[in-house]
Design a protein around this ligand. Structure first.
Ligand code: SF4
Length: 219
């Protein structure tokens, strides 16, 4: 049976998000890091790469490169020794080195704490900037829109947009601000657990609220 594609009202979305948050308690960000710089580097490495792989290679990388200056003065080849297994390693190495040069030269070696400054760095878009602000500094300015948020938002009736910035805007309008810091990670857990390509709707905690309930194929 084909489910209706429809956007939830703010009230409906609020109830759904509250239920999801309760269903996946203690949700944490999934990349390992100790410093804002570690997080920035891990987040750049994680694009189109499994978190498990990033978490596997970063201890060696973070052990060797401890400051923006360390990365800024590294060659691409040196960095590649540590990050080669990730996808687009060459581009990511360039972005990390160039971002580190800006952080070292313009921001005194400290990862900036504002959206505008962060998105001016190479390889950093709003998703990564939100991730850094939330997880490194506890500053909640928006919602990181990752592939899971992009996948699940239309299915759950939270946004029908395709552009991540527009999806973020829709979510910010529909979701209570107190959930912004972890809703992306809650959706990821839900996507991996139940709301898969073929969703397990009968087990789903929000099945009574979901516009896609009952659809047996991927959207
Ligand atoms: S598992 Fe089914 S009911 Fe639950 S959110 Fe996904 S599509 Fe909707």
């Amino acid at each position: 049976m084909e489910g209706k594609m429809r956007l939830l009202t703010k009230e409906e979305a609020g109830a759904m998000v509250k239920k999801l948050e309760e269903s996946y308690p203690n949700t944490k960000y999934y990349l390992d890091f100790k410093t804002p710089l570690d997080l920035l580097v891990a987040a750049i490495l994680s694009a189109q790469t499994h978190d498990e792989l990033v978490n596997k290679i970063t201890p060696g990388l973070f052990g060797k490169f401890k400051s923006a200056k360390d990365y800024a003065s590294a060659s691409e080849a040196e960095l590649l020794k540590y990050i080669k297994p990730v996808s687009f390693a060459g581009n990511k190495a360039k972005n990390i080195i160039n971002a580190a040069k800006t952080i070292d030269g313009k921001y005194g070696g400290k990862v900036p704490r504002t959206m505008d400054e962060l998105i001016s760095l190479p390889g950093i878009g709003r998703k990564t900037a939100n991730t850094i602000l939330i997880n490194a500094y506890g500053i909640v300015e928006g919602i990181p829109v990752d592939t899971w948020v992009i996948k699940l938002s239309p299915r759950l009736g939270l946004s029908m947009e395709k552009n991540p910035d527009k999806i973020e805007k829709d979510l910010m309008e529909k979701i209570d601000r107190k959930y912004w810091h972890d809703i992306a990670y809650v959706l990821k857990r839900h996507g991996k657990a139940l709301c898969k390509a073929i969703p397990e709707c009968s087990k789903c905690p929000v099945k009574d609220m979901c516009p896609k309930n009952g659809v047996k194929k991927a959207i």
